[in-house]
Write a protein that binds this ligand. Structure first.
Ligand SMILES: C[S@@+](CC[C@H](N)C(=O)[O-])C[C@H]1O[C@@H](n2cnc3c(N)ncnc32)[C@H](O)[C@@H]1O
Length: 227
């Protein structure tokens, strides 16, 4: 009789994959050993779990944490790319990922022990919140640069907005974490991949060095800024 290997059907789908928590711990080591300074900025906070994860891993290395979200879920799909993409990613529609609300999320993040003065949590759709005034204000805090840019906003339009807003904060050695990189069947016509390609075309001074995939759907890059 042929003996078969045990089935893994009860294992969680990501258990065998490289995860975000492990990656963040490695990023802490990288930032430390390369004398990197800068804030953690996240687009797509939802209930705050990813900022908490980042804080637990990076807290001795990164002081300031910034998060942007509507807290009322994805925006109305306003362009052809996101609308067509919803035929593949049916969950990426208006209102999905509505959070427990701004106050809940803030309390949840501060439950880690993070100093309230080191958290900037901005509520609203990116059309209203990713303004030049906000950009200037972040540029004048600390060294005005990011150590980690975390983009987890599902849609092409939201990802491009987040990347364009972040351009002045980018520096060589800054990590770019894209949680939705392999969505849309891994294709480059929609979502994060399309946004990244357009962003890089708009900014020849920036390279994204491919580092690794994590959490199944996600991909990490190290930013290289050509002087
Ligand atoms: C998948 S959730 C983020 C999950 C979170 N990073 C985590 O790991 O727990 C995606 C988030 O992006 C936000 N989002 C997407 N597009 C947005 C936009 N244009 N303006 C504001 N928030 C947006 C949604 O409100 C939602 O909370």
């Amino acid at each position: 009789m042929i003996s078969r290997p045990p089935s893994f059907t009860n294992a969680t789908p990501f258990a065998q994959l490289f995860g975000r928590k492990g990656l963040l711990l490695w990023i802490r080591e990288f930032l430390d050993k390369t004398n990197m300074d800068g804030f953690y900025i996240e687009f797509g906070v939802f209930n705050g779990e990813s900022i908490k994860e980042a804080f637990y891993a990076l807290r001795n290395q990164v002081i300031k944490y910034i998060g942007f979200d509507s807290f009322s879920g994805l925006p109305k799909l306003s362009n052809k790319i996101d609308t067509a993409g919803a035929n593949i990613m049916e969950q990426f529609v208006e209102g999905n990922y509505t959070s427990m609300g701004y106050d809940f999320v803030k309390t949840n993040i501060l439950s880690t022990g993070m100093d309230e003065g080191n958290l900037l949590l901005v509520k609203g759709f990116f059309d209203e919140t990713l303004t030049q005034e906000m950009q200037s204000s972040l540029l004048s805090s600390g060294n005005g640069k990011a150590s980690v840019i975390h983009v987890d906003v599902d849609l092409y339009s939201s990802t491009l907005q987040a990347l364009e807003f972040s351009h002045p904060f980018m520096q060589t050695g800054c990590w770019l974490l894209c949680d939705d990189y392999w969505c849309y069947r891994g294709g480059s016509s929609f979502g994060t991949q399309r946004a990244i390609n357009e962003f890089l075309k708009n900014h020849p001074d920036i390279h994204f060095q491919e580092y690794c995939s994590y959490n199944g759907w996600a991909k990490a890059f190290i930013i290289d800024q050509i002087p």
